[in-house]
Design a protein around this ligand. Structure first.
Ligand code: FMN
Length: 360
């Protein structure tokens, strides 16, 4: 469970009856536009023909069990279930006790003493990001009503770079357009190059990773806390809940270590009564508290673990050395589908911090 001012519980297994989310402590009376919500979920869903995407297609339509009445939040826990309809567990028969390198089969088996549902990755499956996206889509609508907007795109795939966001003077129109693209990049030519990389990986029965860039605009200065309950902490804890995340950088991130103070410090100035900075190396957060500049972070995703090339592994039931060839259906790159997941994570963390602030 993600247990902050907002509480989020995600349940289900990839090949069980369904998956879902319980979202607690939302403000009451918030209108939720279902059409907009479904459009958000559709951005994460596997799509036939989309570069690198798994052939598993599913409607991903959430059924709301509680917390919403006449299109508005009631203040009671918002619970949604998404039924699993397209499961072919037979594909996974040959890997039932062969640990997929890079996946959670071995660690999950040890942790749950062999009782966990391994079909399709069980509770470790990327499919569990659908309820996360549901929760983030709801939070996003509440934030947008307060002038807060989350922008996301693919920054790179296997080293091919998109144009980064301008995090000082954000172009919100371009940010809105990128969300409507089936391959969400700012520079379509670079997007085509990325898709070539993904296709090359697929043909080689291999996979590639990449980076998603996220920027949240309109968050007022003064939201957050120092040390353990800051804005960075909450974003980090939910972002690391996304499967396959390997790194997170706020603002200039690791590159800050190579700069001098005068290069890295963002000079303040006042304009129309508002305090701003000329650059945004700090990623909109200082001391765990928002500065009023766009919150900015990047998330690194590893290459998809399930690849069809032969790999060394063990049979975790009898500890024998084995060779593994994965059949199944897998994304050769999960990054395009992870873009709305990162947006959802940001929405949940930022709304939670905002509600905490207003409560205080
Ligand atoms: C949207 C999305 C889809 C994913 N699809 C797959 C997949 O098809 N095959 C796979 O091996 N991993 C996939 N993953 C990643 C695994 O779920 C993840 O690597 C695994 O649970 C181990 O967790 P870890 O990588 O965080 O350590 C996906 C992740 C996301 C965010």
């Amino acid at each position: 469970m993600w247990n902050r001012e907002i509480k989020l519980s995600i349940f289900g297994e990839s090949h069980g009856n369904g998956i879902g989310a319980v979202l607690d402590n939302l403000p009451p009376g918030e209108e939720i536009d279902m059409e907009q919500l479904l459009a958000f979920l559709a951005r994460r869903a596997p799509q036939n023909g989309k570069a690198g995407s798994t052939a598993r297609t599913e409607a991903d339509t959430p059924e709301i069990l509680s917390g919403l009445l006449d299109g508005r939040t009631t203040g009671a826990p918002l619970c949604a279930i998404i039924r699993n309809t397209n499961t072919r567990s037979g594909d996974y028969g040959n890997i039932s006790s062969l640990a997929r390198p890079g996946h959670a089969d071995f660690t999950g088996h040890i942790r749950y003493e062999g009782f966990n549902d391994v079909r399709g990755g069980g509770h470790f499956s990327g499919r569990l990001t659908a309820p996360l996206v549901f929760a983030g889509a709801v939070c996003g609508q509440i934030l947008e009503r307060r002038g807060i907007y989350t922008a996301v795109h693919i920054l790179s795939i296997h080293g091919v770079q998109d144009t980064p966001f301008d995090t000082v003077h954000p172009d919100l129109q371009a940010a809105a357009e990128v969300k409507r693209k089936s391959f969400p990049v700012l520079d379509n030519r670079q997007g085509e190059r990325m898709q070539v990389e993904i296709e090359r990986a697929r043909l080689g029965q291999n996979s590639v990773g990449g980076v998603v860039e996220c920027m949240v605009t309109g968050v007022p200065a003064g939201i957050g806390s120092p040390m353990f309950e800051g804005m960075e902490n909450d974003i980090a804890s939910i972002v690391f809940g996304i499967p396959a995340v390997r790194g997170l950088e706020f603002g200039t991130g690791f590159a800050a270590a190579k700069l001098t103070g005068i290069e890295h410090n963002d000079g303040f100035y006042s304009e129309d009564g508002q305090v701003k900075t000329k650059t945004n190396h700090h990623g909109g957060i200082l001391g765990g508290i928002t500065s009023g500049m766009p919150i900015h972070f990047k998330v690194a995703f590893k290459p998809t673990a399930s690849i069809s090339l032969e790999q060394d592994t063990i049979d975790y039931k009898n500890n024998t050395n084995q060779k593994l060839v994965i059949k199944g259906r897998h994304d050769s790159c999960i990054v395009p589908r992870a873009v709305p997941v990162v947006e959802a994570a940001a929405n949940i963390a930022v709304l939670s911090q905002l509600l905490q602030h207003h409560k205080g």
